[in-house]
Structure formats: structure tokens, C-alpha cells
Design a protein around this ligand. Structure first.
Ligand code: CP3
Length: 360
């Protein structure tokens, strides 16, 4: 191994900081989900939210994929909707549909009625799950905490479910009243408090999921979303841990998402990784970006597509391999295991920035 190169326990955090690593780190969005037989077994006995709210179960599910594969990070098993309950929002999670909000926001009164979030009061089970996972991981790999970004949370609150046309969201956003920014400010306050509490409990990196931000044009994103996400990254900067910003269909937004201030920007698969990195700027690390559907192809094709992602990173420090969005439930576990091994064996990712620049 090269001098100064990171071993498994530190390669993910080092790559987030664009430091040299012994190989490219890899973790997978939704790695603790339904493609794992053990997860499906647990789900026969417990609902998803029940598992998320029971620290022993949340910790166990968080660790499941790490027993099977040499992943370089764990991500807490929970959902982006969980902190909203503390604000007084009732919802359920329906299989193959996602979150359903009982009373979608249709009036200013409902926004005014949202309660300020308080992490120890509202999500003690999340904080306890984090502490348990940290104890059990015992330094093996770092734990990623996460939250939904205000725009994605607002779109669930306004549409009532996974949004398609963003009719209510964009209507409120564009009507010119102060209520859009009021709602976004409340969700931003919640997100900051939630993520800070996760850091205090032991999260070693944070990912902010703005999954639906790609529904916005760059000018709308810049006006209605960016000021709020920027405030989140500013508030968390002092935590001193890597901050990751992810969304899908964000090819036209990558520069603005980088401007919000994360250390790492997650890219979906719709733009080649080298182009995405150029757009967000090489002073940020990049996470991504294999198309999750590729994992249903024969191994030879998976390998070719994975190699293409790695080749586009071109040995530059600061690439964290991931899928371009969450792993799909029927993905064969064996293919994912082979992908993890393949990414770790790939030799192209060991050069420092300096060497890469000299070579080019
Ligand atoms: O990555 C991980 O392993 C951590 C766990 C995690 C879940 N949800 C567990 C989950 C994370 C990081 C999330 C975030 C989340 N939740 C996002 C942002 C990331 C993304 O995928 O864009 C969003 C948009 C949601 C809302 C949500 N919750 C959806 C769209 C769904 C899927 C519905 C379905 O059945 O396909 C959920 C439910 C959910 N969250 C599941 C899991 C494992 C499936 C629950 C089940 O077992 O039925």
C-alpha cells in the first residue's frame, strides 16, 4: 500500500476531503433495503417506520449490508419524513408508493400551525440508533447521517405524496406570497437542528437529499431553494465533518448545488461523471453515478459500465463510487457484491490530485 494511503476505515472520509486513498470507496444509496433477503424477512414482522423508530432494529438494519459486503460507509436506516412528525405532520409509508401525508398543506394556517422541531423530544430513537450503530461499528467504517432537503420535504407536504407534476409546490412557490419562504425557513430550521443532533449522537458525515430538486429550472432553484440549502451547509460547517449534497435530474443544477456549500456533490447517471465533475468544479468531491438499472444486466455489462464511471474519475482524488439513485428492490445481491469488489480492485484511483494534473 502507498504511504499515507487510507485503509478501509478512513477511505470514505478521506475521499470526501479529496485526500489520497488506497482505492475508490463505495457505498450504495438505500443499501439497507428490500434487495436484501434479511431485510425482507424483518419487514414481514415490522413496518418500515416501526423499524426506523426502534433503535435496536434501526441499528440492526443499518448494519445488515455491511455483514454481506465490504462497503466503505454505513448509512443510518431511517427516512427523510421522520423529523416531520415532530412538526405535527401525520404520514404513513406505503410500499411501492412512498410517503403519504394525511393532510397535505393547502392553507397558510397549516404552515403557521407547524411546530418547531426539537430533536431530543421528537426523534430520540434516531439519536439512540446512531449511538448503537457507532458502538457496534467500533471504527470499522464511518456512519453517514442524513436528512431530506427543504424543497424535497416541502414537495411531500404540499403534494401529499411522491410528486409528479409539482402542481401545488410550484403554485405556492410562484404566487408571490411570503408563505413559500416561511415554509422553507421552518423546514430549514428543522433540518439544521436534526442534522446537528445526529452529529452530536455520532454521525461522521451527513448527506442532504434534495431528491426532487431536478424539477426546477436553474433560476427557480437559485431564487426559491438555494438560499435555504446554503443556510444548512453554513450552519453545519462548524461540525467539521464531510457534507454531501445529492439530487436527481440535476444536470443543469450541479453548479448551483455546489454553490450551496457542500464538500461532496452527488450526481445521478444522466450526465457522464467527468462532465458532472467539471460542472460542479474539481474543488468539490463527487459521488456517483452508476445507473441503478445497470445492475440487472449480465456481469460483463455491469463491469463495463462501472469501469466507464471509474475511467471518467481519471484517478483524481475525491471520487466516492455510488449509484446515481437508490438501489432498486429486485437487484441481485450477488451483482452488488461483485461491484463492490470490482471498484476496490480498480487501480486507477490511487493518484493524488497533483499526480493527475502532472499526467494530463
Ligand atoms: O440509503 C439507505 O439505506 C438509508 C435509508 C433511507 C430510506 N429512505 C429508507 C427507506 C434513506 C436515505 C431514505 C431517504 C428517502 N426517502 C428519500 C431520499 C432519497 C431518494 O431515494 O431519493 C426519499 C425521496 C424518501 C421517500 C421515500 N420513502 C420513498 C420514495 C420510499 C420508497 C417507496 C417504495 O416502496 O419504493 C420510501 C420508503 C423507504 N424508505 C423504504 C426504505 C428502505 C422502503 C420501505 C419498505 O421496506 O417498504
Amino acid at each position: 500500500m502507498k504511504q499515507g494511503a487510507a485503509t478501509r476505515s478512513e477511505r470514505f472520509l478521506k475521499a470526501c476531503r479529496r485526500e489520497e486513498t488506497d482505492c475508490t470507496p463505495i457505498w450504495i444509496m438505500r443499501q439497507a433495503g428490500r434487495y436484501l433477503p434479511e431485510y425482507r424477512e424483518l419487514r414481514k414482522k415490522h413496518a418500515m417506520l416501526e423499524m426506523a423508530k426502534t433503535p435496536e432494529l434501526a441499528a440492526r438494519v443499518t448494519l445488515l449490508p455491511l455483514q454481506e459486503m465490504d462497503l466503505d460507509a454505513a448509512i443510518l436506516f431511517s427516512d427523510i419524513m421522520v423529523p416531520l412528525e415532530g412538526m405535527g405532520v401525520s404520514f404513513r409509508i406505503e410500499e411501492n408508493v412512498g410517503p403519504i401525508v394525511e393532510a397535505p398543506i393547502r392553507s397558510a394556517e397549516q404552515i403557521r400551525a407547524l411546530r418547531p422541531f426539537d430533536a431530543p423530544r421528537d426523534v430520540p430513537f434516531v439519536l439512540e440508533a446512531i449511538r448503537q450503530v457507532r458502538r457496534e461499528l467500533n471504527g470499522k467504517v464511518p456512519l453517514i447521517g442524513f436528512a431530506g432537503a427543504p424543497f424535497t420535504l416541502a414537495s411531500y407536504l404540499l403534494e401529499g405524496r411522491s410528486p409528479r407534476r409539482f402542481r401545488w409546490t410550484k403554485a405556492l412557490m410562484l404566487e408571490g406570497s411570503p408563505w413559500w419562504d416561511d415554509l422553507m425557513r421552518r423546514l430549514t430550521d428543522t433540518t439544521i437542528a436534526y442534522l446537528q443532533a445526529q452529529v452530536e449522537a455520532g454521525a461522521q458525515a451527513l448527506q442532504l437529499f434534495d431528491s426532487w430538486a431536478g424539477a426546477l429550472s436553474p433560476p427557480h432553484y437559485a431564487r426559491f431553494v438555494l438560499p435555504h440549502t446554503r443556510r444548512i451547509f453554513q450552519a453545519l460547517r462548524s461540525a467539521g465533518i464531510p457534507l454531501i449534497h445529492f439530487g436527481t435530474e440535476t444536470a443543469t443544477l450541479l453548479e448551483l448545488m455546489a454553490e450551496a456549500g457542500p464538500d461532496v456533490v452527488g450526481a445521478d447517471w444522466r450526465m457522464p461523471l467527468d462532465e458532472a465533475w467539471r460542472r460542479m468544479g474539481h474543488e468539490r468531491a463527487i459521488q456517483g453515478n452508476l445507473d441503478p438499472a445497470v445492475l440487472f444486466a449480465p456481469w460483463q455489462s455491469v463491469q463495463k459500465e462501472a469501469r466507464d464511471v471509474l475511467d471518467r474519475a481519471a484517478g483524481r482524488s475525491g471520487h466516492i463510487f455510488n449509484l446515481g439513485h437508490g438501489i432498486l428492490p429486485p437487484t441481485p445481491v450477488e451483482t452488488l457484491e461483485r461491484l463492490v469488489a470490482f471498484v476496490h480492485e480498480h487501480a486507477g484511483a490511487v493518484d493524488s490530485n497533483e499526480n493527475t494534473e502532472k499526467r494530463q
